[in-house]
Design a protein around this ligand. Structure first.
Ligand SMILES: [Mn+2]
Length: 467
């Protein structure tokens, strides 16, 4: 990964973090030590065979450096930051090549002090440690050792003031970050165009997966998450790639690129394998597009993202009533949760250095400001519900799915029979899954779609295909 921004960007972010913590009324924080363990290499099947290294996103945000085995602290008493890292050894020089000195690395992140990596424990001794919740076992183990607690108790010992302050900073994207995210979205669009153009009956999902990967890798980074590339879009997180494409079916691609400096894109396209949507596919796809438009028109500063989700859900209930698959008042159907038979997930999530941005810091804080989350089927899967602010980046990804097993269960139970036309639905069960996902920036007055033009209309999706 490339270094991120100029050193002052990262030192300003740490200053903002410090002033946010100082503004709190907890006096014990003033003598605390913020500890940020960077990620280590993660082996696949033996120590030297590691997954591609990915730095922790909060470490990238505050300290810029994308090497493994680093740690950093910020001393709340002095305001000073320290980078804990080891100098290049002869072996590393041979196997991984030269790299900047520890001092040069610290300078590139605006960090005042440097110290050998193994001094971290001594410097933490006797201090009140504040850290973000770990999501990797080795990080939890190190934090447990530093804090003198059990690894199982480490996550619950994470500092809530620190978590809240980090979320408040990271969720408002700086203009310079928007530029990087747009680059990720542009590469993501190219991944999708490549797959839409190449898809043909007889190919395997794996071949299209490879096409998407090729574009992401050629863009300098990687996919931002394991793509969903499937002929069976009604299985929401389908990570197998063994099916063969057949004419008449739909293909669903949910894939995005991560740039070489760590920013994510995340898009979903659903298109007909044979090149033309049939009448039913066109109708359902059109409702999904309309749901996206309805959602976007509800995105405004101060308005809870839950409202955009409901706008999409109402458009889906209204559209499906037009096809004879739902009935009754769409507003009531959505309030009851009947639409979730077709749209069982949430409208979207924040996106930035993580494709589900900051989810490791706690989805309830990131998406709900810590407020309780609904337990209703469908609504419980909404990741982001709180009021949006200018500078937030969000995915908008409504979908309609014909999940045969779920339809059969609900029908047998007579569930929401006042809103769902089960008799008519029987003839639609094999239609599969449709989702359209775009990435949007909240502006001062509404929202702006990120990335270069990518027309998702029926006519455009049919025209992208190569002859
Ligand atoms: Mn997404």
């Amino acid at each position: 990964m490339l270094p991120m921004f100029e050193p002052s960007v990262h030192s300003s972010r740490r200053k903002a973090l410090l002033s946010s913590l100082a503004a709190g009324d907890d006096p014990s924080l003033r003598n605390g030590l913020l500890v940020f363990p960077g990620n280590r290499e993660s082996p696949m099947n033996y120590p030297d065979n590691a997954y591609r290294f990915r730095q922790d996103s909060s470490f990238l945000y505050f300290f810029a450096l994308a090497e493994p085995d680093l740690a950093a602290t910020v001393d709340l008493a002095t305001g000073e930051s320290t980078l804990y890292a080891d100098e290049l050894t002869e072996d590393m020089l041979v196997w991984t090549g030269p790299r900047p000195s520890v001092r040069e690395q610290a300078d590139s992140a605006g960090v005042e002090r440097v110290s050998p990596r193994d001094r971290l424990a001594a410097d933490c001794a006797g201090r009140r440690l504040l850290y973000l919740p770990p999501y990797r076992a080795e990080t939890a183990a190190e934090l447990a050792a530093l804090a003198g607690t059990d690894p199982g108790a480490v996550a619950s010992g994470a500092s809530m003031p620190l978590v809240r302050a980090a979320i408040a900073l990271r969720e408002i994207k700086e203009d310079r970050e928007i530029g990087r995210i747009e680059r990720a979205v542009d590469i993501s669009i190219d991944m999708h165009l490549e797959v839409v153009r190449a898809a043909r009956a007889g190919m395997t999902e794996a071949e299209l997966m490879a096409a998407a990967y090729r574009v992401a890798l050629a863009g300098g980074g990687m996919p931002s998450f394991p793509p969903i590339a499937t002929t069976r879009g009604a299985v929401l997180h389908n990570h197998g790639y063994g099916n063969t494409l057949a004419d008449g079916g739909m293909f669903l691609l949910d894939a995005g690129a991560e740039t070489d400096d760590g920013y994510a894109g995340d898009l979903t396209s659903t298109f007909p394998i044979g090149g033309r949507y049939d009448d039913r596919q066109r109708a359902v796809y059109g409702i999904v597009l309309e749901a996206g438009r309805a959602a976007v028109s509800a995105i405004r500063p101060g308005v809870p993202y839950r409202e955009a989700h409901f706008a999409a859900a109402r458009a889906i209930a209204t559209g499906l009533a037009g096809l004879g698959l739902m009935k009754g008042d769409p507003e009531e159907a959505v309030a009851a949760g009947a639409h979730a038979l077709f749209f069982p997930h949430g409208l979207g999530h924040q996106m930035g250095l993580d494709v589900h941005d900051m989810e490791g810091l706690g989805e309830l804080l990131v998406g709900y400001d810590g407020e309780p989350r609904s337990t209703q089927f469908g609504l419980k899967s909404l990741r982001m519900a709180k009021p949006v602010k200018p500078g937030m980046v969000l995915t908008v990804e409504p979908g309609i799915y014909f999940i045969e097993g779920l339809i059969e269960r609900w029908k047998a139970a007579g569930k929401f029979a006042q809103f769902i036309e089960y008799g008519e639905l029987d003839g639609w069960k094999g239609l599969g899954g449709f989702r359209n996902e775009e990435d949007w920036l909240v502006t001062g007055s509404g929202a702006r779609r990120l990335g270069k033009p990518f027309d998702k209309s029926v006519a455009a999706m049919e025209a992208f295909r190569l002859p």
